[in-house]
Write a protein that binds this ligand. Structure first.
Ligand SMILES: NC(=O)c1ccc[n+]([C@@H]2O[C@H](COP(=O)([O-])OP(=O)(O)OC[C@H]3O[C@@H](n4cnc5c(N)ncnc54)[C@H](OP(=O)(O)O)[C@@H]3O)[C@@H](O)[C@H]2O)c1
Length: 291
């Protein structure tokens, strides 16, 4: 297949490029294709005529979305609508990524694809609008993939590196640390997500709509941090802290683990979060550093 990949410098974009062995992927950077420019997206998709467009670009710095609300909707919703329109015109399949933050966190079992959405902050609202925009504009051509707590070999530049690397760096500068025990999430390694995504787009059973793709097993950020330090044999005093999901005045969902129900029905599964973390740490820091 000919694939246009948007977001090559990001965590997920990097993993998709690394894991692909069979498809021809054209992957412009933001200077070559800015999805905020409707004309550029239309022109590139019309000229390349790809079979699949994979959009990993987003404005996903959650607190910053509260401040730059216009930009959040422009990147996370309007640009996705424009991509869907361009894909509909050429017949390409659009794969675009969404988030666990479309849910309000009132459940205590992993969210399935058709569970009720109710985002609590601008980021989640803008991403949910993006889901609707893609699926309403190109119902025959759009696939939305919701995922959660990503960490990849190339860290999210918009967030100053990924969560795992930040905790390892913290341990070099602190003897004790507080970590949130209020949110339950599904941390996901972008290499596993990229592998599952490639399987999904190659699967004859793929149909337009929403899919969840996360590593198996839910935990709090506190428990995830414990696992990082345990596997890396780092000795630091870690204290759980419960902020009720609040960051300032912004509410995050207390529970946003996802269930890969639809991908699972196609036989597409992702490893458990602990195995995923082990693979990440071994790849990034070398097995010598690990227990
Ligand atoms: N990270 C998470 O924890 C998480 C959780 C749930 C869902 N998601 C979703 O998963 C997807 C991938 O996330 P990620 O962590 O891989 O993101 P990331 O590392 O921040 O990468 C984002 C990519 O998008 C590019 N980009 C941003 N704005 C753009 C624009 N206007 N035009 C073209 N390219 C643009 C960035 O380019 P530059 O390098 O030039 O900035 C970068 O390559 C996103 O849809 C995100 O909402 C992420």
């Amino acid at each position: 297949m000919n694939i246009l990949l948007i977001g090559r410098t990001g965590q997920l974009g990097h993993s998709i490029l690394k894991e692909n062995t069979v498809h021809r992927i054209f992957s412009p950077d933001r200077t070559e294709l800015d999805i905020e420019s409707r004309k550029s997206c239309q022109k590139m998709i019309a000229e390349l005529c790809p079979d699949v467009v994979i959009n990993t670009a987003a404005f996903h710095n959650v607190p910053q979305c509260e401040i730059e609300q216009h930009r959040a909707f422009k990147v996370n919703c309007l640009a996705v609508r424009d991509l869907a329109l361009a894909c509909k015109k050429t017949g390409a399949l659009l794969i675009t990524f969404s988030t666990d933050y479309v849910f309000d966190g009132m459940q205590n079992v992993p969210y399935q694809e058709d569970d009720r959405t109710n985002p609590l902050q601008i980021y989640g609202i803008s991403k949910l609008c993006g889901e609707f925009a893609a699926l309403a504009t190109a119902p025959e051509h759009a696939v939305v993939i919701r995922t959660c707590g990503l960490y990849g070999l190339v860290g999210a530049s918009s967030k100053g590196g990924n969560f795992v690397d930040q905790r390892i760096s913290d341990a070099q500068n602190h003897i004790q640390l507080e970590m949130g025990c209020d949110q339950i999430i599904s941390p996901t390694y972008t290499v596993d997500l990229a592998k599952a995504l490639l399987k999904l787009i190659e699967h004859p059973g793929i149909v337009p709509g929403i899919y969840h793709l996360v590593n198996e097993g839910a935990c709090t950020w506190f428990e995830f941090t414990q696992a990082i330090y345990e596997l890396m044999d780092i000795n630091i005093k870690l204290y759980p802290v419960d902020r009720g999901g609040m960051s300032g005045e912004m509410q995050r969902p207390l529970y946003s683990a996802l269930a890969n129900t639809k991908a699972g029905a196609l036989g597409i599964t992702l490893p458990h979060r602990r195995d995923a973390l082990k693979c990440y740490l071994a790849e990034k820091y070398g097995s010598v550093a690990m227990k």
